[in-house]
Design a protein around this ligand. Sequence first.
Ligand SMILES: Cc1cc2nc3c(=O)[nH]c(=O)nc-3n(C[C@H](O)[C@H](O)[C@H](O)COP(=O)(O)OP(=O)(O)OC[C@H]3O[C@@H](n4cnc5c(N)ncnc54)[C@H](O)[C@@H]3O)c2cc1C
Length: 331
Amino acid sequence: MPLKIFSDFHSILHCLFHSKHFYIHHCPRIYCTKPQVDIKNNNAWIQAGATIGEVYYRIAEKSKTHGFPAGLCTSLGIGGHITGGAYGSMMRKYGLAADNAIDAQIVDVKGKILDRKAMGEDLFWAIRGGGGASFGIILWWKIKLVPVPATVTVFAVAKTLETGATKLLHRWQQVAPVIDEDLFIRVFIQLANGTKTGSKTVTTVYQALFLGGADRLVDVMQKSFPELGVTRKDCTETSWIKSVLFIAGYPSGTPTEVLLQGKSTGKNYFKAKSDFVQNPIPETVLQGLWKRLLKEASPLMILTPYGGMMSKIQSLHYLFPTEGCCLKFST
Ligand SMILES: Cc1cc2nc3c(=O)[nH]c(=O)nc-3n(C[C@H](O)[C@H](O)[C@H](O)COP(=O)(O)OP(=O)(O)OC[C@H]3O[C@@H](n4cnc5c(N)ncnc54)[C@H](O)[C@@H]3O)c2cc1C
């Protein structure tokens, strides 16, 4: 009988389309052991059913200056997430979660439990980017923690078509993959009310995490991306764990314990796909895109910049596209 393994169902379509499969679900709330964070040795062992939000929480619980570079959505299951690479707001500085996975325990097809040494480097390479469930059942990941400053800075700045969104987005495509590696700026594109009653416009929201204080961030922005007009007033200094909530879109003031809930607290239903863009999209194409989006009821597009550490990682390092990629689009 075919087996299908899940950690937190973030690729739920698999489940629906393969409903004849018997499936194993690593459910964090039933039997998952709490992530075992070892600050002294800079690592943690995590069972596959833990969510990435819980991993972030347990690290921050022990240290304000350690973190982990994985996904932006905090309800992702660590089991499937790392097998797909796992990009997030610190990838420009530290690469993917798969880069920072240093060991794993898997059950192979013969039912043997293997760690990195026993499975060998080829299999360990394959499970970090080759997709979930292809090579065995992952029980545990061992991850390397990364340093984060005690104070980081976040901002979200919006521009509509009326306030120059097209030119700015074109400029952002050139800047975001090459800007200071401490800075990650992604863009949300949605519809908003236009200036005339009943009209719609396109809004682009620049959401950023900077691994440092606000004064240095404003300097970096003035030197590299003055067109966005970010000032000290737009910036909020906070801790890394609170920046996780900001980036994941939780309302300001949400307690960090929300990360222990496992499931997303939002009730959004959507279908999405991702693609990679290697050359900046010309302004004329963006204008065509706006027309297309304005025909939809509630479209959302997220543009995520790579560059930094991601351009330094050779493409064969793991099964994840890095070379030449400057932007990732999710719609
Ligand atoms: C809302 C949303 C936001 C996302 N945000 C990001 C993001 O910021 N960064 C990013 O990199 N990705 C992101 N993703 C993609 C996400 O990382 C992948 O869908 C990932 O596979 C989810 O892992 P899961 O364990 O939660 O999913 P599941 O649906 O449980 O599993 C996904 C795949 O992995 C396999 N698998 C699961 N557990 C195991 C295991 N223990 N052993 C072997 N195979 C296993 C499953 O069989 C399946 O093929 C997002 C997805 C969604 C839906």
